[in-house]
Structures are given as C-alpha cells and as structure tokens.
Write a protein that binds this ligand. Structure first.
Ligand SMILES: NC(=O)c1ccc[n+]([C@@H]2O[C@H](COP(=O)([O-])OP(=O)(O)OC[C@H]3O[C@@H](n4cnc5c(N)ncnc54)[C@H](OP(=O)(O)O)[C@@H]3O)[C@@H](O)[C@H]2O)c1
Length: 337
C-alpha cells in the first residue's frame, strides 16, 4: 500500500487563478498533522509560513526537506502565548491554519495554550486582516456528554459538556471544547471568517522524526508496552485526509461552521485484532482490561459534510497499516521477521 501523498479527487481551485499562489500561515508547523498540511499546501503552490516555538530544533528539520520548501516555506519563531509573535507571523497572510496545541491530559500543559492561545490566534488574525482562519479542533469538543444517546449519530451540532470533561478529568477534551467555544465567540465578535475541522484519532505515516500522541496510541500495542487493551471505542482518520480536509474547507468559499473528520469507529479489541492480522510477527495483546463488562460501543460520527466537499476517506485498516510501516521505516518500531 502506498505511503505517499495521494489526493483521490482533484482539489478544486488548484493552479493559476486558484488559491495556490497565496500566502498562508500554519501554527505549530512541525506537528504530526501540521507537517502533512505544510506538505500538501506546498504541493498546491502556496507560499507557506510555519510557526514553531524553536525553528532550530532538529525535530523540525523534516519541514525544510519537503518539495517546494526551499522556495516557498519560511519558518518563524512564535508562541501561542505571545500575541506579538503571532501577529508578525500572520501579517500579509490570506489564511491561517491554527493547528498548534499540546496533545496531553495534563491540565497544566494543555488548558492555557489551548484556550488563551486560540484567543490570541483569532485576535491576531483579526488585527492583521487575515481572510479566513481554519481551526483544528477535535471530536473531543463534540462527543463528551453523558446524556448523549449512544445510538445516535454524532454530527456537527453536538458539543462536549465542559462540566463533564472537568469531572471526568478529560483535560484535553476540556481544553479543546473551551478553546473552540471561545474561538467561535471571538471570531463572531471580531468578524473573522472561521471554519473548524474536528478530527477523530489521527493515524497514518509520520513526516516528523518522533512519535506523537496519536501514533503512540497504535505503537504501544506493537512494542508490547500495552499488556491489555481498555474497554473503549474510538473513531479514527488518516492524517492525509485530515490535511486535505483543512485545505478543502479553506478553499471552498461556501464552507461554514464545523466539519467532523472521522472514518470509522473501532473498539480497541478490534484495533488489536486488525494489527495482529496485518502484522502477526508482533505479540499484540488480545486481553481486555475490563473482563466484567460487555465491549463498549462508541459513537458513530457523521463525515457527511466533508464527503460533500469531495473527501474520500481512507479505510481504517489501511490507516493502521501505513502507521505501522511508517513507524518501522523511521526506526521507531523494530522490524521483526
Ligand atoms: N493527533 C490527533 O489524534 C488529533 C485529533 C484531533 C485533533 N487534534 C488536534 O490537531 C492539532 C495537532 O495535533 P498533532 O497530533 O499534530 O500534535 P503534535 O504532533 O503533538 O503537534 C502539536 C504542535 O503544537 C505545538 N505547540 C504546543 N504548544 C504550543 C505553544 N504554546 N505555542 C506554539 N506551539 C505550540 C507543538 O510545538 P512544539 O514542537 O514546540 O512543542 C507542536 O508542533 C492539535 O490542535 C490537536 O488538538 C489532533
């Protein structure tokens, strides 16, 4: 199966007269999703500014190797908590893709950069006249609500309950929900044209040299560090599809509101079974941590709005295959015979 960039349906607006000659900025450009977004935007002819907290850190070197980077990628130092650095990065840009956010459940690390950082991004974009902001939210801002009917399909009208996130110590979901709510309010107040993409657990090949939280979620079953799997189900999506979703909502003049980005929902046991079938040489656990209860179902998510924009989602089995091959190719997972 191919591990290279493959856009299934041609994106609208590419080339001369389209969006491809514009300048856009991506916050947190060295991250897992952002790196793919930079790659795709460069491929489409954009001039790209990427913000990094430390442009000299070797972990960001892969960005300079991307096709088109020499001529059309500029890396700038910026921190979400420093509005002046954001304004400098956004000045002259047609669009901003705000992807930067720590992916952790540590409230000390996630809440302020998520909430205050996103406010800073919206205000900086408004101050320098950015045309559209695409905000990378999460399905963590969508489904966390104890009163939700588990049989109902979750769509863009659904919101996570902040109190529930707090009470269950889901600080990442809390941060993303508060950040997205605050972003919509600030965008309305400042007249910023904002669109959000709300991805499920993102997997697929890595461009960056280190494992990020969502690929670690797969890697831990192959390294043997997870001796059991939890009784939980989650939705997954391919990183290329997430990057493409960002570009499509940016380039579609009629795009509005939230776009859920999820392929399909899997119980963790099913994920382990798929990994075992694809890669039988690893000892992937087949034991659930919770032997007392039936398997939890997990929500089904509607990806209808992105399908209407032309996204063809990669099946989750291929997502998992490409994740593991990439971890092997990058030396992040031993290749067993
Ligand atoms: N991966 C998923 O499964 C998933 C699912 C749904 C939504 N998302 C969202 O997608 C976005 C990217 O996630 P990812 O998985 O690609 O994460 P990642 O690889 O961990 O990258 C996160 C990026 O955020 C940057 N960052 C963190 N705090 C910052 C701050 N104070 N100022 C500036 N930059 C900061 C990091 O920069 P440093 O390198 O300097 O730390 C890093 O580049 C996040 O908004 C996340 O919430 C991810």
């Amino acid at each position: 199966m191919p591990v290279e960039l493959m856009v299934t349906t041609p994106l609208p607006g590419a080339g001369a007269g389209g969006y491809g000659n514009r300048t856009v900025c991506i916050t947190g450009a060295g991250g897992f999703i952002a790196s793919w977004l930079v790659k795709l935007l460069l491929r489409r002819g954009y001039t790209v500014r990427g913000t990094l907290r430390n442009p000299d850190d070797p972990k960001n070197a892969h960005l300079r190797e991307l096709d088109g980077a020499v001529d059309r990628l500029v890396l700038l130092r910026a921190d979400l908590l420093d509005p002046v650095s954001l304004e400098a990065a956004f000045r002259g840009c047609d669009g901003v893709f705000h992807t930067a956010c720590p992916v952790t459940d540590d409230p000390e690390k996630v809440v302020e950069p998520a909430v205050k950082g996103t406010q800073n991004v919206i205000h900086a974009a408004a101050d320098v006249g950015v045309r559209r902001v695409v905000f990378t939210s999460s399905i963590g801002a969508v489904y966390m609500n104890p009163n939700r009917n588990p049989d109902e399909v979750v769509d863009e009208t659904c919101w996570s309950d902040l109190e529930y996130c707090k009470n269950t110590k889901n600080w990442y979901c809390y941060g993303k929900t508060a950040a997205e709510r605050g972003a919509w309010d600030a965008a309305a107040e400042r007249g910023v044209d904002m669109v959000s993409v709300n991805p499920a657990v993102v997997v697929g090949p890595l461009l960056q040299p280190t494992v990020n939280a969502s690929t670690a979620h797969v890697a831990k079953y192959l390294t043997g560090s997870a001796r059991t799997y939890v009784n939980a189900a989650q939705a997954y999506v391919h990183v290329r599809d997430v990057a493409e979703a960002h570009v499509r909502v940016y380039e579609s003049p009629g795009a509005r509101g939230r776009y859920l980005c999820a392929e399909s929902t899997l119980h963790r046991g099913e994920l382990c079974r798929i990994l075992t079938k694809l890669f039988p040489e690893y000892s992937v656990t087949n034991r659930c941590k919770d032997e007392a209860n039936p398997p939890k179902k997990g929500y089904k998510f509607s990806n209808q709005r992105l399908q209407e924009l032309g996204i063809e989602f990669t099946p989750v089995r291929q997502c998992l295959y490409e994740t593991v091959k990439s971890l092997q190719e990058k030396g992040l997972l031993p290749v067993l015979s």
